[in-house]
Design a protein around this ligand. Structure first.
Ligand SMILES: [Cu+2]
Length: 164
């Protein structure tokens, strides 16, 4: 039993090192297990600041596969990734919060469990790791309010996610 625990600990450390070096899409979870996940990129807005769009505005996942959705906000204002349908149709293992976007990121926090809504501050990245479970088509919207108290979604910041 002790040996088994030591092996798990070793694997966790090894996988952490790999993740830190950015060599693999492996993730380490709270129970000490390590598992491969497919990384999918989603960019909120753009560096120009006023671009209230999802890039891309359509995401596809395969039922039974584990993913890490890398949600970056390179812009100058906050955005949200809200897809209660997708979250409800998935098994969430957790969320990692990273300072920075692109190559120059470092982890700030990680949260185990299911994200209700994900708001990403400018210049930050959030990684949501989950297993896609229930096939269907689900909306994604940004509920952040503009200066006129209208949501970004009302201005067109919306899209679809699909589990096949
Ligand atoms: Cu937005």
């Amino acid at each position: 039993m002790t040996q088994h625990k030591n092996l798990n600990r070793f694997l966790s450390l090894a996988m952490s090192a790999i993740v830190a070096l950015g060599l693999s899409s492996a993730s380490v979870f709270a129970d000490g297990t390590a598992s491969e996940s497919r990384r999918v990129s989603l960019v909120l807005g753009s560096e120009e600041g006023s671009n209230r769009m999802f890039h891309p505005d359509h995401l596809e996942f395969e039922a039974g596969k584990r993913y890490t959705l890398v949600i970056e906000n390179p812009g100058l204002e906050s955005h949200e990734f809200d897809s209660p349908g997708l979250v409800g149709a998935s098994w969430s293992s957790g969320v990692s919060v990273l300072d920075g976007v692109g190559e120059a990121t470092f982890p700030v926090a990680s949260v185990v469990g299911t994200p209700e809504e994900i708001e990403v501050a400018p210049g930050s990245t959030v990684e949501w790791t989950f297993v896609a479970v229930e096939p269907g088509s689900y909306d994604m919207v940004c509920d952040t309010l503009d200066q006129h108290q209208k949501t970004h979604a009302a201005a067109g910041m919306l899209g679809t996610t699909v589990i096949r």
